[in-house]
Structures are given as structure tokens and as C-alpha cells.
Design a protein around this ligand. Sequence first.
Ligand code: PEP
Ligand code: MG
Length: 892
Amino acid sequence: MKPVYFFDEGDGKNKKLLGGKGAGLCEMTRLKLPVPPGFVITTEVCKKYYENNKKLPKSIIAEVKRNIAKLERRTGKVWDSQDNPLLVSVRSGAAISMPGMMDTILNLGINDKTVKGLTKKTNNPRFAWDSYRRFIQLFGKVVFGVDDRRFDQVLEFIKEKQGATIDSELSEESLKEIVTKYKEICEEHTGKKFPTNPFEQLELSIKAVFNSWNGERARIYREKNNITKEIADGTAVNVVSMAFGNMGNDSATGVVFTRNPGDGTRHLFGDYLVNAQGEDVVAGVRTPKAVADLKKDLPKSYNELVKTCAKLEKHYKEPQDIEFTIEQGKFYLLQTRNAKMNATGMIKTSIEMVKEKLINKQKAILRLNPEQLEQLLHKRIDEDNVSNYAILGKGIPASPGAANGIAVFDVKKATSMGENGSKVILVREETKPEDVPAFFASVGILTSRGGKTSHAAVVARGMGKPCIVGCSELRIDHENKKCTVNGTAVNEGDLITIDGSTGKVFVGEVPTIEPKITRDFKTILEWSNNAKRIGIRANADTPEGAKLAREYGAEGIGLCRTERMFNASDRIGLFVDMIMAETLQDRKKILEKLGQLQKSDFIQILKAMEGYPVTIRLLDPPLHEFLPNPEELANKVRTLEQRNALEVERSKVLLARARELAEVNPMMGHRGVRVGVSYPEIYEMQIRAVFEAAIELKKQRIDAHPQIMIPQVSSLEELRYVKEIYDRIKDEVEKENKTKLKINFGTMLEVVRACLTAEQIATTAEFFSFGTNDLTQATFSFSREDAEGKFLPEYLNKELLERNPFQTLDTNGVGRLIKLGIKNGRSVKHRLEIGICGEHGGDPDSIKFCHNSGLSYVSASPHRIPIAIVSAGQAALAGRVRKKAGKIKRRK
Ligand code: PEP
Ligand code: MG
């Protein structure tokens, strides 16, 4: 396969081969947009580089040289020339955009000889030397791994010496001094002369970009964003002839979104800097100007930008994120990609683009990332209470949502404190890609520098975390672990609140309120609902949970875990008494009281879900979970004995029972239906409570549809055992009340044997629901309690597993059992209702699997219902798109 493509040769649709950036550059070249000439070294070469023990094959180097020669012909510039030198940028770009996670080098090809050529050609020595010092810094950092701070120290020192406040004020002499010092830093670091041969520079840079694919931050980013090898495998390298934004005041560089990525509204959104290079905007070193000002500064280029944006949107049918450079009034495009937007932006643009007839409803749903919609369920500042809190300062609102937490100025500390459960707001001058772990661990990010497209802003938006940038009044004093804003000091650990929607920073913990679903979001839910075929139910065990789920669009409750009701403070004592009862008679007496409480719970939940099915699962956990921990109890007994306290006897009895019920392997122990077999009176009580609640609601003419579900069933015999209890209670209650009730009796499929024998179980069960939490545990023999905290991260890191199977269904293993369970069950009852109620019921990829497997519904936690609805809509629409594609192929 061809290893290198000149921009006019590449297929702009082949992102896998050319990377997103490379494909975009090829496509824009084809569209005759002003892209500086260049070429792409494919992702296949990156893969070969790794297979080849990180060596570039000779044939590739030869191919690169051939393309440089072509570049010389296209640009009229000459490689390594002291008259008219050709300089290039070397940019990374994988199939999926990973902003700031990999490396880029600018101004490559510059050396002591070509810097003269550049001076001669441009008649601008300051510019030439500025480009040279930038090159050494980036090259030194990326290729040699020199700590950026060493360069920054030199820069600051010389700026101070010259009395310059900003970089662009540096004189030619100062820049020359910086270049000499920068080279010394690199040479001291490597122990070798700084490379002057442009081909050597290029080869080292290509390797460095390939290496950055496997750098720590890129790997973490891929892991956190579920970017598997199928999605992106290696980075491409783009070698592009330089367009200079730092050639004077008629030059500029900027980043612009064709629509506002924060709220989706249709206007250009972005920043630019006059007389600067791209890295300055992204790194947030200087605070840039809003793109609207370009109209005044460089009106001709502004018009070109507007026209280009419109053309690109029409072509890609997606809002674009564009990088541009203006070199002495000439406009160049350096990149285009689909804009990463927050959830509000994505929803808004979906609705707007349908109105503009740019896309149809189908595309409007399919383009959404359901997982991202969770952002819309984020908190905001409680405006009624906000006046009680002082405003500390105001910055640029970069990622919406409100967060309160303790201010931490150090990246490592923020990471560890956040990971240990503290609510941390990371406060920095600016952020760099290596700070990303702290983003994951923080609830919000605040920076004193940078614009809307700075690193902090882009990363926080992608993660849906509140973020404020460019809060220029903020002065951070790292030594004393504090910052001051307009005279007010905030020490590390002090509570602050940030509002990423307005840019305001507050002192203290401002109350926040839960979000509401907007009209646009409702429209998307409506379209998704119309498209989806699988039902959406909720896992809820309180009336509030049921109400919320219903508001979000749930069509019933797929799992009501009844044990959670026993944990309420007014129940737990009774429940413990029930476990401690010495005789069956005593236990039944207590169960009667518990039954009344449970009945009133069921009534409330069934009312909240009127008209929809509510699956009530009988007691599942092992009984010891309701008793105090034996070790703690033993300590208590010892203390009580020393004090000769009266309760010592009762505590001893409790301890004895706790020890009796303790299990080595509780998740596989005396739980679920096994408890029901040992203590049928508990299940009797629960079944009766369901029937009595239904009777009560019938009297109130409330349309309640409870169904009873048995956990942990492994055999038909077990299910039959409980079914007999069910039949007896049903008979009794119906006779007592002279009425008939239809309450379905079903089972969970969460034990491997149940899936294998589902055709037998289906003879008694009226419905199935896959408990994929336990089924995953059983299939892998991974403890659901411990695996995620122990070895699973390592498994993911070492790529022994692609996804966490407790989060995303393992379709290859657990999925096969599910398919078998469905096939077996429906071989007996064709229309058997089969759902899923493990955590996977709210996971978009798992929902797609459930849809394709023919499940009747998925059940997810109330907050994930909207995500589940959109995912279900997407699954149905994707199926239609596939079918349509199949038909077209067949017709051919
Ligand atoms: C399951 O195992 O998937 C399930 C829903 O039950 P629980 O999580 O309560 O064990
Ligand atoms: Mg379970």
C-alpha cells in the first residue's frame, strides 16, 4: 500500500488510513480551498514503525524525500536553502481526533543557514529568528523530551532583560540570544550537537510523532474515551509547508468553530492572535481576541473565513472546527474537523440543521453521542441563593455547568485528592496535556490564562466538566499554596464555586440545582422515541426515583430492588429482629409488620408508574448484609463486657447470629431464591404485600401493573418452589377480597445454568430479565465487588480486555449466554417478555446489542433514561441504514 499521499492524491474519506487531519487536508485540497501544499504519511506506516522496533524503513525515508522534492516544486521554495527556504510543520493526526494528546512541530527545516534565507526572503529578521527559537523549543521538547520550563525560564529572563512584556516585543538581538541559549539547553540535555540537517530534523520529528501515539497522555485519553484499535490504530503524520502567522501585523493565526460549541447557536466562535503561531492560541500563552474582531483587523481575510466556513459546513454537513493562518494578508486553512461540542451544542445543532434541511431527523439522532447527553443532566447555580456569595472574579465561560469544591493549585495533588473522593476544583495559570489526569479527578477547572479554544477549555468541554479560562485577575502563588483575586485570598483547600456557563467564580459553596430537560432535548427524545423499537424501563426503588424516571420517559420499572426498602432507618431494626427471631411464629409476627410497610411502598411506586409495568424483585442479598460486621460486633462485646453493661447479652446473641450467617463468598452464597427457599415466610410476606397493594390500588381505580420477579434462579425446580407459594398467596388474597388479579410471575436470568436451561424455566416463568451484573460476574468468575478496584484497570491497560465488562456488555461471552437464554426461552413461549436490568441497561453500546438481540426492553437507572432512549433510537435507525445499504448492494 502507498505509504505517503500528497494532499491532492489522498481519499478525503479515508480517515483510518490518513488520520482525521490528513483526510481533511486532502478533502479541502480537492475542494480547491486554500490549503498549503503538503503530504500525509499514513497510519499504516505508524503500525509498521512499531512492528519494526521503532525504526523507519529506508523505503519510507526515500518516499518522504521524493515528496519533499514535490513540495519544493509546488511551493517554489527550496529545502535547506539560504535564499528561499522551504520550512514545514509536522503534525500528528489519528483517525479519531485526540486534541492536544499527540505532538506537533512547526518551522522545521530551519537552521543557521536557512534562517538567513528566511531573513532575506521576508526582509524580516525578527520574524526569522522568532521562528527559529520556536522551532528549537518545540523540537527540544517533543523530540528530546526537554522540560518546557527550561525554555520558559530563558524566555522570561531575556524578556525582562530587554524590558519586553510580550513575546512579540522581543528584538532580533534578544531572539538570537534565545536561539543560542535554547540550543545549549538541548545540547546539554542530549550530549550531542543540535541537528542542523533538515532531513535529520524531519526523520526525528516523524519518529517523535509516531512515539507520541503511545505516549502516556495519548494512551490515557484512548482508554478513557474507549478508543479501541478498531476505531483508531496509530497516527498519521502530516508534513505541511509552513504558512506563517507571525510575519507581522498583517498576519494572524486562529481557531474557529462554525457554530458555538457551547450552545450550538449559529455564529463563528473562536479566537485569533495577530502576529503569532498556532501554538500560542492553543497553549493559551497570550489571551487571544474574539474572532468577530477580525472583521476590523483584517476584513478581507474575515470575509474569506466566513465563506470558507459556510462551504465546509455544507460539504461535511456538520459544524466544523477550523484552524487558519493568515500570512501577510493571504488566508490559509490548516485543518478542519467535525466540531467537538458539548451536549447542548450537539442537540441544538441537530435541531437547527434539520430546520435548515442540511440533514434529516435520522442523521440528527445518529450524530449524537448518547453518553455525552449526560452533561445536560448537570447541575447549575441556584440563582435564588447566589446573592449570598461574593463573586471572586470573572473569566471566560468555557464549559457550562456549575461545580463547587476545594481549590487545589497543584496537578498531582488535585489528582490524588480527587481520586480519594474529595471534590476538587483545579486552579492553574494554564493547563497542558500532561495535566489531563487531574481533569478526570476534578469536578471543575479554572485557569487565569487562555481563551475558549485553549487546552483547558477544549479538554473540559469534551469531558462535560465545568470550566472557566482566562480569569486574568487570578494570581496564583504556588509557593504559599494560595491565590488572590482582586485582593481576596483563597488558600488551598478553601471552598469555591465556578459557573462554567457565565464565567463567574464565587467564594464558598454556592448551592446548585439539578437541571431540567430543555425543549430541544425533548424534541430529540421524541424523535428517538418514535424511532426506537426496544422498551425503556427504569431501575427504581423509591417513589421519587419512579417519578423522575417517568418524567424522563421511562415506560415502567424493570427492577425494583425490594431489599433497599429494608435499609431505611425505620425498617432496619425490624428487619434485624426478623433475622434474630427464634421461632417461626415470632418471625412471622415481625414479617407481618414489615409486610404492611412494604405494601405502602409498593402502593406509592405503582401509583407513580400508573399504567406501566413495575417489576418487583423479591429479596436478593444474603441476610448477613443486614447485620453489623462480626468483627466490629466482637469489639463492641469486649467493651461492653468490661463495662458490665446490660446489652452485652443481646450483643453476644447478635454476634453469634452474624457469625452463623457470615459467608466466605457471599455473592455466590446464601442469597436470592436460596434465601426464599430457606425462609419461605419472607417471600410469602413480599408476595402478599404485592397482591395487597394491587388490591388497594384496584379499589382506588388506579391502573397498576405489578409483576413479581425471583432473583438468582438456577433451575426450574427452584422457580416452581416459589411459584407454589405465589399460587397459594394469590388464591388466598383473591378469595379474601373476592376479586381476580393478573400479576405476572417471572425470573431473573443471572446464573449461567438458568441461561443454559431457559427452555425449562420458561415453562413456569411468564417473563425473563437478564441480571447482567451477576451474569458477568459468573461468566468471567470476576467478583463484581472487587475486580474493578483491583485488577481490571490493569487488564484494560494491558489490552487484555477492551472494555470494562461491568460497564459495557461483553457481547462475545456474556452476550452469547444472553442469546442462548433468549433462544431457549422463546422456543417455549414465542412472545416471552425478556428484558435486561443490570447496569448495562443504561450503556449505549450494550443497548445496541440488546436491540439487535431482540430483547423487549432495557432497564436503566432514572438518570440514564434519556441516554437509553437516544441509544435505542440510534440502534433502530442504524439497523434501517444497514438494511437500506444491503438492498442497494443487492440491487447492484
Ligand atoms: C444483576 O445482577 O444484574 C442485577 C440487576 O441484580 P443486582 O445488581 O441487584 O444483583
Ligand atoms: Mg443480580
